[in-house]
Design a protein around this ligand. Structure first.
Ligand SMILES: Nc1ncnc2c1ncn2[C@@H]1O[C@H](COP(=O)(O)OP(=O)(O)OP(=O)(O)O)[C@@H](O)[C@H]1O
Length: 347
């Protein structure tokens, strides 16, 4: 049954996989300001796409994103989700159909983890049993043991665990759209990489339409189907796939945002098995990398271990071949032999 707004108008459809989002000439001028924070922003997002907004602090990323769930009201322009004008919907009803994850997590400190995840389902009138089943399912989805974590309070969790709960809470009512504002920004680099990998895996199965704001271009390359590189007033400097932006930045602004090593950054987009693999080594102590990982992971491993090659292995541990710096260079079409450990960590 589709949920209805207080005006009886169907809100966002009762779909669980992604729907389209269309922003048309959206403007936001904050009260008392002359210059708009977002100026004539237009973008069409296809169902199931993961769109990254990247740009410097203050360029208007968050303002643009928050207009989609009307935490911020646009000054002018139109926004449609699945063809429905969001400005004509009841804002509270709208927000129950859009998952929202923020850097500060925003878990309610006096509620248990289960209660935090169940907030929106409860508002939607789900039964206790349905909510509790859903909480267990979501905790498993974000790799937290339900028996261990359901009854805990947010302060009894690490930062990374809290972020996972934040993602679970946003997914609770299975919304077709998710808005994510620097969701992994406050975590240390190792936790962040883990959360990113888990999130990519999750999105492959749930197929939500996601707008994801980040400062970090490398995060955008790793996660995004398309990246919007934004400048002042949320102007779109380039909107394309990570591979195309890295291969052909539209202008100097985009180039400077990519920073050095555009070719090397492309490594994260290439699965380990896409390179020409050599014979697997049977030498003991040969480092291994899972076939699902990418060429950047393989290069990092080669540099960190100093080994001449890494074996690429399947889930059952069977080696399907090996990678060397030379084979990675050949796949990329760029010599990465000179890459030092420090330049690799800056990839
Ligand atoms: N409530 C507000 N009142 C007035 N100006 C605001 C308000 N919120 C944001 N701004 C201004 O609007 C511009 C865009 O801010 P916004 O938060 O959207 O940028 P951002 O790209 O998300 O930045 P960051 O990456 O630092 O979060 C900035 O110049 C900011 O100072």
């Amino acid at each position: 049954m589709p949920e209805s707004t207080s005006t009886g108008v169907t809100a966002i459809p009762d779909k669980t996989t992604g729907v389209s989002i269309a922003l048309d000439n959206v403007v936001k001028t904050y009260p008392g300001q002359v210059t708009p924070a977002v100026d004539q922003f237009s973008m069409n997002v296809s169902p199931g796409e993961l769109i990254m907004f990247v740009g410097p602090s203050g360029c208007g990323k968050t303002t643009t994103m928050k207009m989609i769930n009307r935490i911020i009201e646009p000054t002018s322009g139109s926004i449609a989700i699945d063809g429905r004008d969001v400005l004509s919907l009841d804002p509270n009803e709208l927000r129950r159909h859009i998952g929202y994850v923020i850097q500060q997590v925003g878990l309610f400190p006096h509620m248990t983890i289960a209660e935090n995840i169940g907030v929106v389902p409860k508002l939607l009138g789900w039964s206790k049993k349905k909510i509790s089943d859903r909480v267990d399912e979501l905790l498993e989805t974000v790799q937290l043991d339900a028996r261990e974590f359901s009854g805990r309070y947010p302060k009894q969790l690490s930062g990374g665990q809290q972020q996972r709960v934040g993602v679970a809470r946003a997914l609770a009512a299975d919304p077709p759209v998710m808005l994510m504002d620097e969701p992994f920004g406050a975590t240390d680099p190792i936790t962040r990489e883990k959360l990113q990998a888990e999130f990519l895996h999750l999105q492959a199965t749930i197929g939500k339409t996601i707008i994801f704001v980040t400062h970090d271009f490398d995060e955008a390359v790793l996660l995004g189907d398309r990246i919007a590189v934004l400048s002042e007033r949320s102007q779109i400097e380039q909107f394309d796939t990570p591979a195309k932006i890295l291969a052909a930045p539209a202008n100097d602004y985009v180039s400077s945002f990519i920073g050095s090593g555009a070719a090397l950054k492309r490594l994260v987009l290439i699965p380990a098995t896409e390179a020409k693999l050599g014979a697997a080594s049977s030498a003991s102590g040969t480092p291994t990398i899972d076939a699902a990982r990418n060429l950047r992971d393989a290069l990092d491993l080669l540099i960190v271990t100093g080994a001449p090659l890494v074996n690429v292995v399947l889930g059952d541990g069977r080696a399907v071949g090996s990678l060397t710096v030379a084979s990675i260079s050949a796949t990329l079409g760029v010599e990465v032999l000179g890459a030092s450990a420090s330049s690799a960590s800056a990839l």
